[in-house]
Ligand binder design. Structure first.
Ligand SMILES: CCCCC/C=C\C/C=C\C/C=C\CC/C=C/C(=O)SCCNC(=O)CCNC(=O)[C@H](O)C(C)(C)COP(=O)(O)OP(=O)(O)OC[C@H]1O[C@@H](n2cnc3c(N)ncnc32)[C@H](O)[C@@H]1OP(=O)(O)O
Ligand SMILES: Cc1cc2nc3c(=O)[nH]c(=O)nc-3n(C[C@H](O)[C@H](O)[C@H](O)COP(=O)(O)OP(=O)(O)OC[C@H]3O[C@@H](n4cnc5c(N)ncnc54)[C@H](O)[C@@H]3O)c2cc1C
Length: 647
């Protein structure tokens, strides 16, 4: 639940950490007796499976899904996301089961296929993942090598991995956990290629869990984070599956091998749009978690003096610390607000597509790409900032900031590597510019590109800043189009001209994203604030103001290039920013309390509600197996003989 929703729904802050009866988090067996950092790679996985089974059984009990509730609603269930933070510092091995396997069946399966497979998947009778990326390709989907050759004589598809680089590589849970998966493979019928299609493939025997004949499976090894997700590899050796295992909502293969194309080949990519939309909300949750930990710690930690005559102050009283952290609160709110807005756009477009209207899919794709990129890029950077703002204790795993960083930074790569997705949005912006230049109407989020009015006098207001970001984006897009046109006129191919302009295209795409985020954040908070008490409305507007001024100062170069902002405006903006830090400081702890993240979910020695930081750090330190004995055996085995010159 976003901060705005909490504030709207709870006129006063809930007493955080209030035990809620019948709550999954009251089951202590969900939690680790010793910190998982002290387990082996294999033990971590096995312990994660133990917790996964318990977690899902309890989740089913407490989150009994109303029959007919959509898969998408369930997967978005915020509570599950948040509680999973409590149980799994890193993501669970079944994250992809709910996150992609079920949505892929829901989005790509026929009604009959959904009826059969979703029931089994939702009841956890089968466990699945989504296998698209290969050892040799992740971004360039058209270059994926896994093949599915249709055999009309047996009405089967023959799945095959022709090369080492064609091995599926990365899918979560694939190594040892799941027994099914949705495999994206290049479809061939009688030697003719019919593009990338989704296939529901059984990988392991349901009774013995042994890999089926023709299926090679394993895990890909230790990673920066997500150590319990069991990312794996998969190869097929001419593995046969029945015809009805191709998910045929969009395209079909008839018994005789006739291929019936769907309304668009890109519908097969639909699961990726869905996950990108969900990731924005996931980033808001991660940001809320890190901000809560760092702000609370900054209220407890006293270090140095502002005045020599006074006692050591809370580090949150240093304006530099406020500069580091208050933007994190605003960022979580900005992305949870945009996530809700993007979800409404997504469900709207999905509804239109159900009735055959594909008109708004390109805009949705561009929005999903750009918001996934900016939310993951900003949050991974700000989570790292939260860690650094906590000094040495932020470097401890027990602070839970390093894990949180691992979760955030992974999302910069998965579900579409960030640079590649910004280029996708740039593709949409350039097309919109070319379309608008011919007088054709543009989509609502891109219409500002055609604002040909003279650059107005700069105003240090929210309207002025948002208008400024739109000017920057439109100006950058226009510059990209001009550069590409100029290169093409000089005889460069369009593709080479695009590549030579790609650094600017990425910057234009980010500028567009920021313009969309600022405008959406401001309008959504203004709408929600109407239902709030004046004090709450004031603090929310202060956060929106802080967010807009912060990014104006961060992107001054662009504003100086494309708007009429002058030096005195910049001085005034800087002063506005510092005034806002001072205004928000008294509410900083109250604001992170309003995220209402319980201690079990924060999983942090630094962020616990009671503020007993030092006692918790010591409690966690004593759990280290090394502290079980005063002298470790290595002294006698190695150090002592070494120090006596005998080794
Ligand atoms: C804490 C945060 C997490 C919270 C999570 C909570 C819940 C979620 C649960 C699970 C998720 C969590 C973890 C996920 C684990 C990771 C999974 C994965 O990574 S799955 C694999 C993801 N892989 C990718 O995203 C690949 C990226 N590459 C691409 O998308 C395409 O290859 C690319 C880059 C678009 C290029 O493809 P190409 O065929 O070359 O396309 P073109 O550029 O030529 O464009 C062709 C036209 O198609 C349009 N297009 C492209 N993609 C899409 C799409 N997805 N939908 C609709 N349309 C699309 C494109 O706009 C072009 O249109 P025009 O020709 O311009 O009209
Ligand atoms: C933690 C994690 C979990 C994952 N889970 C899954 C999963 O469950 N299922 C699944 O199928 N996949 C999964 N993936 C794989 C993920 O989708 C890919 O890693 C991602 O799509 C990027 O592809 P790649 O790794 O091949 O990188 P590449 O595409 O090779 O990118 C490498 C570099 O090349 C650049 N580059 C590539 N193409 C272009 C271009 N056209 N223009 C400009 N620059 C370009 C990129 O910007 C990047 O800098 C996961 C990845 C991670 C890290």
């Amino acid at each position: 639940m976003g901060l705005v929703d909490q504030l709207v729904n709870q006129p006063h802050y809930t007493l955080v950490n209030q035990p809620r009866e019948n709550d999954i988090l009251s089951h202590k067996e969900l939690f680790d007796s010793i910190p998982e950092e002290y387990l082996s790679h294999k033990e971590k996985y096995e312990n994660a499976i133990r917790k996964t089974v318990l977690y899902y059984r309890l989740m089913q009990k407490y989150q009994n899904y109303k029959e007919g509730s959509t898969i998408l609603d369930e997967t978005r269930a915020n509570y599950r996301n948040l509680v999973s933070f409590a149980v799994f510092k890193d993501y669970p091995p079944l994250m992809l089961h709910n996150g992609m396997f079920i949505p892929a069946i829901a989005g790509q399966g026929t009604p009959e296929q959904q009826k059969h497979w979703l029931k089994r998947a939702k009841n956890m009778e089968i466990l699945g993942t989504y296998a698209q990326t290969e050892l040799g390709h992740g971004t360039f989907i058209r270059g994926l090598e896994t093949t599915a050759e249709y055999d009309p004589s047996t009405e089967e598809f023959v799945l095959h991995s022709p090369t080492l680089t064609s091995y599926k590589w990365w899918p979560g849970g694939l190594g040892h956990t799941v027994n099914y998966c949705v495999v994206m493979a290049q479809l061939y019928i009688r030697g003719r290629h019919h593009g990338m299609q989704p296939f529901l493939v059984q990988l392991r025997d349901e009774a013995t869990h042994m890999p089926l004949p023709g299926v090679k499976l394993g895990e890909i090894g230790a990673k920066l984070g997500l150590s319990t997700v069991n990312n794996g590899f998969l190869a097929f050796e001419h593995h046969r599956i029945p015809r009805d295992r191709m998910l045929m909502k969009n395209a079909q293969v008839l018994k005789d091998g006739t291929f019936v194309a769907g309304p668009s080949s890109k519908l097969a990519y639909g699961t990726m749009i869905y996950v990108r939309v969900i990731i924005v909300n996931g980033m808001a949750n991660l940001m809320a978690k890190a901000a809560t930990i760092a702000v609370r710690y900054s209220a407890v930690r006293r270090q140095s003096q502002i005045k020599p005559s006074e006692p050591e102050c809370q580090i949150l009283d240093y304006v530099t610390q406020q500069h580091k952290l208050l933007i994190c609160i605003a960022t979580s709110l900005a992305f949870s607000t945009c996530a809700r807005w993007l979800w409404d756009v997504y469900t709207g477009v999905m509804g239109q597509m159900e009735s055959g209207n594909m008109d708004h899919l390109p805009e949705l794709h561009a929005l999903a790409c750009s918001l996934k990129v900016v939310s993951t890029m900003d949050v991974s950077g700000l989570v790292e900032r939260c860690r650094l703002a906590c000094g040495g204790h932020g470097f401890m795993h027990s602070s839970n900031l390093p894990y949180t960083y691992g979760l955030a930074t992974a999302a910069c790569t998965y579900e579409g590597e960030n640079t590649v997705l910004l280029l996708q949005t740039a593709r949409s912006l350039v097309k919109a510019w070319q379309k608008g230049s011919k007088g054709k109407p543009l989509s609502p989020t891109e219409a500002y590109l055609m604002d040909k009015s003279p650059v107005p006098k700069w105003e240090n207001t929210l309207d002025g800043i948002i208008a400024g970001f739109r000017r920057v984006s439109a100006g950058k897009v226009q510059d990209c189009v001009s550069k590409i046109d100029k290169l093409v006129k000089m005889g460069t191919s369009y593709e080479d001209a695009w590549n030579q302009t790609s650094v600017r295209l990425v910057a234009a795409s980010e500028a567009h994203s920021r313009a969309v985020i600022l405008a959406t954040f401001r309008s959504e908070v203004s709408r929600a604030a109407a239902a709030l008490s004046p004090p709450l409305s004031r603090v929310l507007h202060q956060l929106v103001h802080l967010y807009c001024v912060y990014w104006a100062l961060e992107r001054l170069g662009d504003l100086l290039l494309y708007t009429s902002i002058a030096e005195r405006d910049v001085q005034e903006l800087q002063q506005q920013y510092e005034d806002l830090l001072q205004k928000i400081r008294p509410n900083a702890v109250g604001l992170v309390d309003a995220f209402d993240l319980r201690d079990e979910i924060l999983n942090s020695t630094l962020g616990a509600y009671d503020g007993r930081v030092y006692e918790r750090l010591m409690e966690e330190a004593l759990k280290s197996p090394l502290n079980a004995e005063p002298v470790n055996q290595s002294f006698h085995q190695y150090l002592k003989p070494f120090m006596h010159g005998k080794l």
